[in-house]
Every structure is written in C-alpha cells, then in structure tokens.
Design a protein around this ligand. Structure first.
Ligand SMILES: Nc1ncnc2c1ncn2[C@@H]1O[C@H](COP(=O)(O)OP(=O)(O)OP(=O)(O)O)[C@@H](O)[C@H]1O
Length: 574
C-alpha cells in the first residue's frame, strides 16, 4: 500500500511522503517504548523504592512527550499529503483524460470514472489522512513490545511473539475472506454509477416516453445488485471478524494465564505481572485497530489500482510540429478507419482547398461525422493520412492543430453560463466587441434580445433553455470568434423553423467568408452552394463534384437531392 501510494504522490511531494512514513515508524516505536517503560517504573515502586523509579519515570515522561510531538507531526504531514493528493489526482487524471482518444469514453467508463474520482479519491485520501498511522502502528508497536519484553523476561517475550504471529495469520485469513466480496462490490458500484449517469443523461428521452424514475428497470436492477453485493460482504465480514475477535480474546486469556502461572510458580514478581497485564492490553489494542482499518485500506488500494488503470491508457501520441506547412487546407489520402473491428471509412481521398466549402452528404451511418472527427484527430486513422494545413495531423502538436480548427457539432453543448461566456470559450482573450460582432454575424444578438436578462441570462445545463437551432447559432458564434482558418461543421438534422433556418444560413455565410468549411450538410442551400460535394456511401466517396456537375448524372447524389426536395416540399433553383 505504501508503495502504491508513493507512486501516485506528486514527485515533488515524495520527500515529504518519506518523512511522513518515517514519523509514523518513529511514533510506533516510541509508543512501544512507552509501554515497555511501565515495567522498570512499576518494579521499584511496588518494592517501595521510589528513588529508583525516578529515572525511569523521567524517561517515561520524556518518551511520552516525544511520542505526542511525533504523533502531531505525522498527523500534520498526513493531512497535507491528503490535501495535495486529492488536488494532484484530479489534475493528473484530468490532464490525462484530455489526451485520450475519444474511443475510450463510453457509459461504462464514464460511470467507473465518476465512481473513482468521487468516492474513490475520498477513500484514497483517507489513507494518509487517518488510516495509515493506526495500521502501521498496529503492527509495529506490538512488535516493539514483544521484542522489548525479551529484555525483561524471555518467556513472556516469546509468548507475546507467538501470540502476535498467530493473530497476524488469523488477520490475514479474515482479510482474504472479506476481500472475496470486494470484486463483486466493485463491479456492482460501477454498474450503479454507470446507470445513474445514463439515467441523468437520458432524462429527455425517458420523459418523452413517460418512463420516469419509478420504473427504470436497469437502474433498479443495478441498485438491487449493489445492495446484494454489500449484504454478501457484510455476511463474510461478520463471520471473519467474529473469528478474529475470538482468536484475539483467546490470545489475551492465554497470555494472562501464562503470566499468572509464572507468578504462582514464583518465577515472576508482582511488578512484572502487573506490567504484563498493561502490556497485554496495549499489545492487543493496536492489533484490533488494524482489523478495523484494513477493509478501508483494501478498498483504497483497489481505488488506486483503478486510477492507475486510467493513467496507464495510452494517450494519442503528441506531434511535435508547431507550425503547419500551409494554412487552411484539409486533405485525406487513402484513409481507412474503423471503430474497433468495424470498418467505417475505406480508401477516402479528397482535398478541401483553403477558403472553399466542402459539403459531405450521404445516407445515415455512411461515416460523414466520423470523417470530420478524423480531421480533428479525435481518433488516429488505421491507414492513409489526414493532413491539416499541409501537415499530417499526427505530426502536429495538439495546440497547433486546434489553432487551425473550429468545430460546430450537432450535439452542441453549452455550459450553464451566460451566452457571452459560452461564445468566449472559442477564444478566451477575445474582446467584448469581437464577441458582440461574432454574435451579430451568427444572429445570436436576436436570441439575446428575447432573453429575460439579455446577455446576463444563463442558458441552463447543456443550453436547455435554447432551441436546437439557437444552440447551433451560439456554437457558430463561438467558431467565428475563434478565427480559426478551418471550420468543421456538422449541421443539425432536425428541421429548423423558418426564422432559425434563415439565421443559420446567415451565420453559415458569415462563417464561410475567408474560411475553409467542411460541412456534413443536411440543408439543401448548404449543399447547393458548396464548391465541392463529397457523396459518401458505406464509407467510400462514390461521387464528387459541384451541384451542377452531379445533379444531372444518375447516381447517389441525384437520389439524395430528389429525396430531400420531396421531403421538404422544396424546389430550389440554382
Ligand atoms: N464512437 C463510436 N463507436 C463505435 N461506432 C461508432 C461510433 N460513432 C459512430 N459509429 C458507427 O460508425 C458508423 C458511421 O457513423 P457516423 O456517425 O460517422 O455516420 P454518419 O454518416 O455521420 O451518420 P448520421 O448521418 O446518421 O449522423 C455508424 O454505423 C455508427 O454506428
């Protein structure tokens, strides 16, 4: 456990960690010495020789003061380590998550992560804060007492040593019995956390279909499973701990019996017998404390393993190129990509020249959104090359790549903050004028005029107080304010009302000025105005060209266009 904890402590904090362990060891030894000093103190006192007891009493007083001082120092160190550890773990895991491929995230992982970063981190910081000391002292202090006892009476020393070993063996057995349930508890806790996250995220869907909390079978099953796992552990724990308590009491009685037998036989004097009684009580107490804390220690140890697992996931390798060769172009060369074994893109090649609009169309599931994600290096391709600004995205440093790109995705997420703050996310150092300009171009100012507190209105978690079209306009304003040369845009599939439709068109026109746009297009005006249309089907580009070139040729594009026109009841002349 000490080794595991040492590994996750910030390297700068390690000298303090080593000092802290040293202080705990010193405290445990001093505590054992205080207990042992009772023998030489009592012996002269019981014989009526007060003067002979004075040096030993002084030694006991000094040892007691030193014990208290060391205890205080180790407690302060432990608390400081716990505080830094909490902050450090959140930072390290947060930084690491930001570099992981998105394929790593899923409901199961999100639930596990939620569990690890909330309850898990609390369990871990409990170790330096209050668990480590009683556990280390629980083993070390009795060992010091047993060894020290050899100095006074080897028979009692041997008896203490044997009892200590028997108790330790029983303790290990009890822990193994309890630990058997830990795997089940862990799995059940992760399942529950995942289901709670899913339940919260899917509220709109659940409510739309009238499935409120009372009849959520998956969540109910997960919670019931968790309760069963805890019941099972409690059953195991009660039997194991009872067995251990019986052995502790038996050892206690046996030690007293040995002492009394030796005293009755005349080979142990009264002082030693009384001292033995004190020692046995002080010997057994810390051992019982170990058991009290060992289960919590074990849980913390498994929580550290889980955080280690997250930190061990390989992040996408970071590129070294800080400046792309050129600015504003995107090209795919023979790109193949799949999610796991499932091939999604095959032999995709195209070039989007700087300042042009490329519309990507095709049936649902053709791989359109995936193509945009690869341009932003959410994943690395399986074969071929994706270039942004003339440089392979794998060679670009993340910051350099992100400086080239702005993204407007369908599932626009707005933070529960003001519209201004949400737009500012595009470029934190943007001036107020720049934000207002971007808002005007994306026609977000019209939304703001309607809101009760204008620019100061908070938009609710995820932007719930805005419509889909409005959220996309805020997101376009974000992209405008970022002033990146390339914009990746996944148009909302939901039909927009005429007002929003006109506003989004205006926002797109503003965006298209002097920028390279790669758009997964659903709206016919976007497709018709594109410099290049890529028709994607089952992961391949089956047609490409302008609207005029493609519309008269029989094929996927013509079908797509006619279908859309029929669906919208539109007739568009371009
Ligand atoms: N994170 C993911 N993990 C596994 N499979 C995925 C993931 N994202 C998408 N897919 C699968 O990859 C295929 C292509 O998905 P993609 O979202 O790129 O298609 P699309 O053409 O944009 O579809 P739509 O128009 O419906 O949004 C689909 O079959 C989809 O189920």
């Amino acid at each position: 456990m000490i080794r595991k904890l040492f590994r996750i402590v910030d390297p700068d904090d390690r000298p303090r960690f080593v000092r802290w362990i040293g202080l705990i060891a010193a405290f445990s030894v001093l505590q054992g010495i205080c207990v042992l000093l009772v023998v030489p103190v009592l012996r002269p006192l019981l014989e009526g020789d007060r003067d002979a007891a004075v040096p030993w009493l002084t030694a006991l007083a000094v040892a007691t003061v030193a014990t208290c001082a060391v205890f205080y120092a180790q407690a302060m160190h432990g608390q400081q380590i716990a505080d830094d550890l909490l902050l450090g773990m959140h930072h390290r895991v947060g930084d690491h998550l930001a570099r992981l491929p998105l394929s790593w995230f899923g409901t199961d992982r999100t639930g596990r992560l939620t569990q690890s970063m909330s309850q898990g981190t609390q369990n871990i910081i409990g170790v330096p804060a209050h668990l480590m000391q009683p556990v280390v002292s629980g083993a070390l202090t009795p060992a010091v007492v047993a060894i020290g006892m050899f100095v006074f009476d080897w028979r009692l020393g041997a008896a203490l040593l044997v009892s200590g070993l028997v108790l330790l063996a029983t303790h290990n057995w009890a822990q193994t019995a309890i630990a058997r349930s830990f795997g089940a508890i862990d799995r059940a806790a992760v399942e529950s956390a995942s289901r709670v996250v899913e339940f919260a995220q899917c509220q709109p869907v659940l409510r739309a279909f009238g499935r409120t909390g009372a009849d959520n079978v998956l969540l109910d099953d997960a919670l019931t499973g968790q309760r069963r796992a805890y019941d099972e552990m409690n059953r195991n724990a009660v039997s194991a701990l009872m067995a251990f308590s019986v052995v502790v009491q038996a050892a206690f009685v046996a030690l007293i019996a040995i002492g009394v037998a030796l005293a009755l036989g005349g080979s142990l004097d009264a002082a030693e017998l009384i001292a033995l009684l004190v020692l046995v009580t002080r010997f057994v107490g810390p051992l019982i404390e170990i058991v009290d804390h060992a289960a919590a220690l074990r849980m913390a140890s498994e929580d550290i393993d889980r955080i280690d697992e997250v930190l061990a996931v390989e992040p996408l390798p970071e590129g070294a190129t800080v400046h792309p060769t050129t600015s504003g172009g995107v090209s795919f060369k023979n790109v193949a990509f799949g999610y796991g074994d499932r091939q999604v893109l095959r032999d995709v090649s195209f070039e989007a020249k700087p300042g042009t609009l490329t519309a990507i169309v095709g049936p649902s599931g053709a791989g359109k959104t995936t193509l945009l994600r690869l341009a932003a290096r959410f994943w690395d391709v399986d074969a071929g090359v994706v270039q942004v600004g003339g440089t392979d995205v794998r060679e670009l440093a993340t910051e350099a790549l992100m400086n080239q790109l702005a993204m407007v995705f369908q599932d626009v997420y707005l933070f529960d903050d003001t519209i201004e703050a949400n737009i500012r996310l595009g470029r934190p150092d943007a001036s107020l004028d720049e934000i207002r300009d971007a808002a005007r171009l994306a026609r977000v100012d019209e939304i703001v005029d309607r809101l009760p507190d204008g620019w100061n209105t908070r938009v609710g978690e995820g932007g719930v107080s805005l419509s889909g079209g409005e959220r996309q306009r805020v997101s376009i304003a974000r992209a405008l304010v970022k002033q990146a040369p390339i914009v990746l845009l996944d148009e909302a599939t939901a039909a927009l009302d005429p007002d929003n439709e006109a506003a989004v068109s205006a926002a797109m026109r503003a965006l298209a000025e002097q920028r390279t746009l790669l758009v997964v297009a659903h709206r016919l005006p976007t497709v018709a105005s594109a410099d290049q249309i890529l028709v994607l089907d089952e992961g391949r580009i089956v047609q490409s060209g302008t609207h005029d070139e493609l519309i008269d040729a029989p094929g996927r594009y013509q079908d797509f266009w006619r279908e859309r026109e029929r669906a919208k009841g539109w007739r568009l002349t371009v």
